[in-house]
Design a protein around this ligand. Sequence first.
Ligand code: GDP
Length: 444
Amino acid sequence: GMFDTLSQSLDKAWDIVRKDGKLTADNIKGPMREIRRALLEADVSLPTVRQFVKGVEEKCLGMRVVKGVSPDQQLVKVVHDQLVELMGGQQAELVTPDDGPQIILMAGLQGVGKTTACGKLALALQKQNKKVLLVATDVYRPAAIEQLKLLGERVNVPVFELGQQAKPADIAKQGLAKANKEKFDAVIIDTAGRLQIDDTMMGELREVKAAVKPTDTLLVVDAMTGQEAAGLVKSFHEAADLSGAILTKMDGDSRGGAALSVFAVSGRPIKYVGTGETMDALEPFYPDRISQRVLGMGDVVSLVERMQEGVQEEEATRMAKRMMENKFDYNDFLNQMRMMSRLGGLTSMIKMLPGMARVSEKQLWGAEKQFKKWEAMIGAMTDEEREDPDLLASSNTRRERVARESGEEETTVSEMVATFAAMRDNMRGMMGRMPGMGGMSNEQ
Ligand code: GDP
């Protein structure tokens, strides 16, 4: 399959650190060389590879040792995370407008599978119970309109066309008018492809785009073109402001570089991949699944995730103990926050903290942004204030000073003090109800 060679070359990287105790600046050099070579062989562009390797190195060195996880497993996890990031992180959905139909403009060079992708997408949207209209604006090749009509028949979706004499932008506009009038949910516009990028093609694409204001402008690229695919997405994006790409012929034996580097090079995500010639051979692009295919080690990735969660649990237990001893202070709180953000996933951590299920996450810390503020405010506290939370709770002057020194509003400081107190009470109450932990609670 597509990523076989890449997987095999990466295996060498894990082997190198397998016997070592942990990842160090020194022992990751060998695997980094292998990773670098593997990616270049897979046709990922050099700047992308450099950026990738640097990211992996940084993550490795900042990582703390997790019990039960070997260095090679840790490395697999880091490479996995970095691959997912490289491909844009989340799966990127098509844009769904608040009102009016989804309007998807399809662009691409000749022969990449653009018309086929129009048919596939029509079928996929239809499966979501959408009423879909295809619009044929490739007026240059006589066969193009016929081809789209044929595909339309196969997936049972009507095709709007005005023959070869009309202007593409006019066809698109009238197609959209029909869609609006007849309450279609989605319009897919096929545009003309050429062998090369040229000004005429770009000009026409921009005209059609201006005429219909698409919700998505997707470039269809062929995975077999390797590095070139990523470059094409970049130049089309610069010329015509794309919202994403569809990567076709993923079923072929390309080396995979395009899948890995489209987002990194163009800043635009792959939204779908084509995996065959039939109309149902279209899949959403999931960066994490692709990464697991590349690494061939989904089990290791989830093992490391589970172990990291184990560390979080230990930390939560330690914190619970501090609570029991009535010692939990702003220092603990800060440590806690730092560890959570390092491990990624404040939210998942919060769910593990005793008592937190009852407090809404949003109300408590909102997001990482909130944490930054807390960090600044705790940073502005004196040692005394950190160790004895009551000091801040009982003194206006102190809160004013913390606000001034952290650059936050006084109300923000008061909010933090109140949240901290609420959290403490909350946890104490819960602790009192836990078997074997009674005695602390004041809400008998
Ligand atoms: P266009 O010129 O960009 O509109 O390209 P077409 O849609 O006519 O496709 C060109 C050729 O590629 C056709 O033979 C398609 O069947 C084939 N094709 C399109 N997508 C895929 C794909 O995902 N996998 C494979 N194996 N072939 C594809």
